[in-house]
Ligand binder design. Structure first.
Ligand SMILES: Nc1ncnc2c1ncn2[C@@H]1O[C@H](COP(=O)(O)OP(=O)(O)OP(=O)(O)O)[C@@H](O)[C@H]1O
Length: 991
C-alpha cells in the first residue's frame, strides 16, 4: 500500500516537474518573442478596431431580419412556423406582441450604439419595466379577470385572442390582484410606469407641471394687471373728457367737478400732490377755489410747444405776480408735491429746455440751475425780494424718483398758494427762482426724510437740483486763510467740504525695479501633455456617446482651456452633465465648463494646470498694454486664459465689488490696484480713502501722499468717511454747475483754461474709496453704509469718485440687492458654493475657481465674466515701494483736519456708534502702560492683556485718536506723544 502511495507521489512529482519545464520553456519563448508579441497585439488591436463596428453592423442586420419575420408572423404572414411563433409571442406578451418587432430592433440598436454607457443600461431596463407594466395593466383591464384563473389560462387566452397581457402580464397582475385588489394593483402599476417613464425620458414631469402651473399663474397675474391698467387709462380718458367739458363751464362750477384722484391740493394738510399722468394737455386745478387775494400762479405750466420757446414761456400777467408777502415770518407753511411724468423730464425747463427726451435727471437739474438768475442778473427782482424779506425757509424737502415720475416736495410755500397747472410742463426753475434768496437758504437738508421714503438717487438729485443757490449762499461762509486752507465757518457736518491738503510739489514715481520680476519660466505645460489631455477629453466624451472635436487649446498661467466643438445634434447640456466624469478621467480636482464660449461656436473646458505660474505685477506693469493705458486709474488685473495681460480702468467700471472666500486673493488684488495707481498717478491727480476694518491689511500705506486721510480702521468712522464722500460729491456737482462743466474731466479742463486764478475753482483729483471688508461696516451701521454706498455708486462717477468694495462674506445681507444694483463691475474669487457665486455674479462659476488669485473678472459691459489669474504683489514689494515714496517726499503730507473732523462728527452722529463713549475697558490701563514703557506695540498689548489682535489694534487706534501715540508709519514703531501727567489730565478732562 505504502509502495503504491510512494509511486503515485513520484508520478505526480514527475508530472509537476514536466509542467514546470514546459512553463519555463514557454516563458523563455515568450521573452524571446516579446517584440513579436507586441506587434501581434498592435495588429490584433487594429483588427478589433476594424471588426467591432462591422460586427455590430452584422448583428443589427440579423436583428432587423428577425424583427421583420416576427412582424410578418404576428400579422399572420409568416407561414406555418410564423403562426407557431406568433402563438408563442401572443401567449407570452399578449397585445404587446404587435409592438415586439419594433421594440426589439430599436432596443438592440440603442444598446449597441450606447455600449458601455450606464445611463443607456438604466434606460433599457426602465423601458423593459415599462413594457411589463403595460402588459400587466392590459391583463387587469380585462373585466373577466378575477384572479382565480390559472397562469396557463392567461397564456392560452392571450395566444388565442391576440390580446390581454400574455403570460407575463397575467402573472404579475394575478399576484397584485390577489394582494391589493384591482384598484390597488392599478395604482401600483401606473406608479411604476411613471417612474420608469421618468427614467427613460430623464424629464421631471411633476416638477415641470408645477413650473407650468406657476407660469400660468404669473401669466394670469400679468393679464389681470394689464386689464387693470387698461381700465385705469380708460377712466383717465373719461376724466380728461370731463375736464375738457368743464373747461367750458364757469370756473366755480369746474372746481366742484375735479376728481380727487387726479389732483388734490389741500392747504390745511401737510402735503399735496399734483400728478400729471399723461402727455396730453390737461387742465388740472386746485380742488379748493383759490382765495381771491392770491389767485395768481406760483407754479407755471407750459405746453410742450411753449416749453421750447423762451419767449412764450411766461404765462402770468406781470401785474399779477405772485405775492412774496406770503413768505413772511410766522406764516404757516405747507409742503407741495409735484409729480412729473418721466417723459417730461427732457422738457421741464422753460428757458433752456433739455431737448433730449432721454436726458438724465442730473442734466435737467443742471439746466434748471442755470436758468435760475444769478444775483447780478436779477437785480430788480432781488430788490423786490429784499423789500419783502421773508423769514420762512422754503425747502425742497425731497425728490422722489420712481420709474415713471419725478416728484419734488417743496416745503415753505404759503398755505394758500394756489396752483394752476394749466398745461403739461411745470417750470421748476421758476419755482426755485421765486423762492427768496435773501433768506440765505434753499435748505438742502434732508433732515426729516425717512430713508425708506427717499431713494438715494433722489436725495442726490435733490441736492444737485438746488446746488447753484446753495453754492451762492454758502460760499461767503468760507474764507481762505493765508495758508491756503479753507476754514469751515458753517456749522454742521453736512456742509460741503473741500480737499484742503497742500499740493504735493513733486512726486517721485517709484521705479518698477522695486518690484520682483517673474522668473520667466513660462508655462510648464508641454505641447505633448496638452495634446494628450485633449485626446483624453475627446475619448471620454466618445465613451459616453457624445461626439466632440477639440478645436483649440489656450494655455493660461493657472488653467488651460480646451475648446470643443460638439458634433451636429449634440446638446450642450449633455456636455455639461458629464463634468464629473471628465474630472474622474482627467484625474483633476475641478474643472469649469463654459458652455458656450461667448462669441464662439465652441464649449470651453477649463482644466487646472499641473504647474501654476505666478503672475507678477511688475511683468504686467511693464507690458505694452499697461504702458499704453492712458487713464490714471488703469490697473493690471492679471493674465487671462490665453496668457494675455488684462488691464482695466476703474474710471470706466465705475465702481468695483470684489468678493471671495477667505484666503482667495482679495487683499492681494486690492494691493495690486493700489500699487498700479501708485506707479501711474501723481497724488495731485488721484487720492484714496482706505477703509480697513481688518486693521492689518492696508496700514502699510499710511503716510503716503495719495491718502486723503490716514487708513480708517474703525468701522464707525468708516461710515463717516462714506458720508463725507457723499458730501464731497454734492459739493463737486455744485462746482461743476457753477462753471457749466458736466463731469470732473471737463471741470478740470475748464479750470485749467480759466483766464484768472480762482480760489473757488481749482483742479480736483479723482478719489478712490477702498473698503477692505464691507461685512464689518454693515455690522456696525448697515442702513447708513448701504445708503452712502448707493448714493455714491449712483452719482459719483461724474464727480470722479469711485468705490472699490471687498468682502469675504458674499451673502445677501452684506452684498444687498441695492449695493449689487449700483456696483456694476465685479471680481469673484473662489467661493464655497454656487449660491455665493450667484450672489456675486448672478451666475455659477466662482465655486469652481482654484483660489490663490484665480478670479472671474466681470466688468461692466462684458456679457460674461472672463477667467483671469490675478496679479501678485508681495508684502515686501509693497513695503519697498511705500518706503521709497515716503523717503522721496519733499514735504510730509498734511491730512485735512476738516475732513478728519467731519468724519468723526459723522461717526458720533451715527446712531450706531459714539467714538468717544465706547473706549475699550483697557484703554486707560493700556495708555499708562505704553507711556511707562515708552513703547507702543500692538503685540505687547496682546501679550499683557491677553487679548486678540483686532482688539489690541483697536485700543492702539483709540490711543492714537486721543493723541497718546502717533499714527503708524509703515513698519516703524509709533511715537509716544504724551507724558503720564498729560495723559492723566486728558483722562480727567474726558470723564
Ligand atoms: N494673484 C495671486 N497669485 C498667487 N497667489 C496668490 C494670489 N493672490 C493671493 N494669493 C495667495 O493667497 C494668499 C491669500 O491671499 P489674500 O490675503 O489676498 O486672501 P484674502 O481673500 O484677502 O483673505 P482674507 O479675506 O482672509 O484676508 C496669499 O498669501 C497668497 O499666497
Amino acid at each position: 500500500m505504502a509502495g503504491k502511495q510512494s509511486s503515485e507521489v513520484k508520478r505526480r512529482t514527475a508530472s509537476t516537474r514536466k509542467t514546470t519545464t514546459t512553463r519555463k520553456s514557454s516563458a523563455g519563448k515568450k521573452r524571446n518573442t516579446s517584440g513579436k508579441s507586441a506587434n501581434t497585439k498592435v495588429s490584433r488591436m487594429q483588427v478589433s478596431e476594424y471588426t467591432e463596428p462591422v460586427g455590430d453592423e452584422i448583428k443589427l442586420i440579423i436583428i432587423l431580419a428577425v424583427s421583420i419575420l416576427i412582424l410578418l408572423s404576428v400579422f399572420g404572414l409568416g407561414g406555418r412556423v410564423g403562426d407557431k411563433a406568433a402563438y408563442l409571442f401572443f401567449g407570452l406578451f399578449g397585445f404587446v406582441a404587435y409592438a415586439l418587432p419594433f421594440l426589439l430592433f430599436i432596443g438592440s440598436a440603442f444598446h449597441i450604439s450606447n455600449r458601455g454607457s450606464r445611463l443607456a443600461r438604466i434606460k433599457l431596463t426602465a423601458a423593459t419595466v415599462f413594457l411589463i407594466m403595460i402588459m400587466a395593466l392590459m391583463a387587469l383591464a380585462d373585466s373577466s379577470f378575477d384572479g382565480t384563473a390559472s397562469v396557463l389560462d392567461g397564456f392560452l387566452n392571450s395566444a388565442a385572442a391576440h390580446n390581454g397581457g400574455g403570460l407575463i402580464g397575467f402573472s404579475l397582475s394575478w399576484v397584485l390582484f390577489n394582494a391589493f385588489g384591482r384598484a390597488g394593483s392599478t395604482v401600483i402599476l401606473v406608479c411604476l410606469m411613471l417612474v420608469s417613464g421618468v427614467l427613460i425620458t430623464g424629464k421631471r414631469i411633476f416638477i415641470r407641471l408645477g413650473t407650468l402651473i406657476g407660469h400660468m399663474m404669473t401669466d394670469m397675474g400679468q393679464h389681470f394687471n394689464a386689464w387693470r391698467e387698461k381700465r385705469a387709462r380708460e377712466r383717465l380718458a373719461r376724466m380728461e373728457a370731463k375736464a375738457a367739458e368743464e373747461d367750458s363751464l364757469p370756473e366755480d362750477e369746474a372746481y366742484e367737478n375735479i376728481d380727487e384722484e387726479t389732483v388734490s391740493i389741500q392747504p390745511k394738510k401737510k402735503a399735496a400732490n399734483i400728478i400729471i399722468p399723461s402727455r396730453k394737455k390737461e387742465n388740472v386745478k386746485s380742488k379748493d377755489p383759490a382765495p381771491a387775494s392770491s389767485s395768481e400762479t406760483v407754479l407755471q405750466t407750459y405746453t410742450e410747444e411753449s416749453a421750447t420757446s423762451a419767449e412764450t414761456a411766461v404765462i402770468s400777467d406781470d401785474s399779477k405776480q405772485p405775492s412774496l408777502d406770503s413768505f413772511d415770518q410766522g406764516q404757516s407753511v405747507q409742503p407741495l408735491h409735484i409729480q412729473i411724468p418721466e417723459f417730461m423730464t427732457g422738457h421741464v425747463s422753460g428757458k433752456s429746455s433739455v431737448k433730449a427726451p432721454s436726458a438724465s435727471i442730473s442734466d435737467i437739474m443742471s439746466n434748471l440751475s442755470r436758468d435760475i438768475p444769478s444775483e447780478a442778473e436779477s437785480e430788480p427782482e432781488t430788490e423786490t425780494v429784499e423789500d419783502k424779506k421773508p423769514k420762512g425757509k422754503p425747502v425742497i424737502a425731497r425728490t422722489i424718483l420712481s420709474p415713471d415720475d419725478l416728484e419734488l416736495e417743496i416745503e415753505g410755500l404759503p398755505e394758500e398758494t394756489p396752483v394752476n397747472t394749466d398745461d403739461t410742463f411745470i417750470d421748476i426753475s421758476k419755482i426755485l427762482s421765486e423762492i427768496p434768496e435773501t433768506t440765505g437758504n434753499i435748505n438742502t437738508e434732508v433732515a426729516d426724510m425717512q430713508p425708506e421714503d427717499v431713494s438715494p438717487a433722489a436725495q442726490a438729485e435733490q441736492q444737485t437740483a438746488v446746488s447753484p443757490t446753495a453754492a451762492r449762499t454758502s460760499s461767503p461762509s468760507h474764507h481762505t486763510t493765508a495758508k491756503g486752507t479753507v476754514e469751515d465757518t458753517a456749522s454742521g457736518s453736512d456742509e460741503p467740504l473741500e480737499i484742503v491738503e497742500e499740493e504735493i510739489e513733486k512726486y517721485e514715481f517709484p521705479p518698477l525695479d522695486l518690484l520682483d520680476q517673474g522668473k520667466g519660466s513660462g508655462n510648464q505645460q508641454t505641447a505633448a501633455s496638452l495634446k494628450q489631455t485633449a485626446l483624453k477629453l475627446q475619448q471620454t466624451f466618445e465613451s459616453f456617446g457624445v461626439g466632440v472635436q477639440v478645436t483649440n487649446v489656450s494655455c493660461g498661467p493657472a488653467v488651460t482651456r480646451y475648446e470643443l466643438q460638439p458634433d451636429q445634434g449634440v446638446k450642450v447640456s449633455r456636455i455639461v452633465s458629464l463634468s464629473d466624469d471628465i474630472k474622474l478621467n482627467l484625474a483633476v480636482a475641478d474643472i469649469r465648463i463654459e458652455a458656450p464660449i461667448p462669441g464662439k461656436a465652441a464649449v470651453g473646458i477649463e482644466v487646472p494646470n499641473t504647474h501654476k505660474e505666478m503672475v507678477h505685477l511688475r511683468d504686467l506693469l511693464e507690458s505694452d498694454k499697461c504702458k499704453q493705458a492712458k487713464s490714471k486709474l488703469a490697473f493690471a488685473v492679471g493674465k487671462d486664459i490665453g496668457g494675455q495681460t488684462v488691464v482695466a480702468d476703474i474710471e470706466k467700471m465705475p465702481h468695483l465689488l470684489i468678493a471671495g472666500a477667505t484666503g482667495s486673493g482679495k487683499s492681494v488684488c486690492i494691493n495690486t490696484i493700489i500699487m498700479s495707481i501708485l506707479f501711474r498717478a501723481d497724488p495731485n491727480e488721484v487720492k484714496m480713502i482706505m477703509i480697513d476694518p481688518k486693521v492689518v491689511e492696508l496700514n502699510v500705506y499710511n503716510g503716503l501722499p495719495h491718502l486723503l486721510i490716514p487708513v480708517v480702521t474703525d468701522p464707525k468712522k468708516a461710515a463717516g468717511s462714506l458720508n463725507w464722500a457723499v458730501n464731497t460729491m454734492m459739493d463737486r456737482y455744485n462746482k461743476f454747475a457753477e462753471i457749466g462743466a458736466k463731469d470732473l474731466k471737463s471741470y478740470n479742463a475748464r479750470v485749467e483754461n480759466l483766464p484768472y486764478e480762482s480760489e473757488q475753482h481749482k483742479k480736483m483729483p479723482q478719489i478712490i474709496i477702498i473698503i477692505d471688508e464691507l461685512a464689518d461696516l454693515m455690522m456696525v451701521a448697515q442702513s447708513e453704509v448701504e445708503d452712502a454706498i448707493c448714493r455714491l455708486a449712483q452719482l459719483a462717477r461724474a464727480a470722479g469718485i469711485h468705490l472699490i468694495i471687498a468682502t469675504q462674506r458674499p451673502s445677501v445681507n452684506v452684498i444687498t440687492g441695492l449695493i449689487k444694483a449700483n456696483v456694476p463691475s465685479r471680481i469673484a474669487f473662489s467661493v464655497s458654493s454656487g449660491v455665493d457665486s450667484r450672489t456675486i455674479l448672478d451666475m455659477n462659476g466662482a465655486e469652481k475657481l482654484l483660489g490663490n488669485g484665480d478670479m472671474l473678472f466681470y466688468p461692466q459691459g462684458l456679457q460674461k465674466p472672463v477667467r483671469v489669474q490675478g496679479a501678485f504683489v508681495s508684502e515686501n514689494e509693497i513695503a519697498r515701494v511705500t518706503d521709497f515714496i515716503r523717503a522721496h517726499l519733499t514735504s510730509q503730507p498734511v491730512y485735512s483736519e476738516t475732513i478728519k473732523k467731519s468724519i468723526e462728527t459723522a461717526a458720533i452722529s451715527s446712531p450706531s456708534g459714539a467714538s468717544g463713549s465706547d473706549k475699550d475697558v483697557y484703554f486707560e490701563e493700556a495708555g499708562r502702560f505704553i507711556i511707562e514703557k515708552d513703547k507702543a506695540s500692538i503685540g505687547m498689548l496682546q501679550r499683557v492683556y491677553k487679548i486678540g489682535f483686532n482688539r489690541a489694534a483697536r485700543i492702539m487706534d483709540q490711543l492714537c485718536e486721543a493723541g497718546v501715540v502717533g499714527p503708524e508709519i509703515g513698519t516703524k514703531p509709533r511715537q509716544i506723544k504724551m507724558t503720564m501727567e498729560e495723559f492723566e489730565t486728558y483722562l480727567n478732562g474726558n470723564q
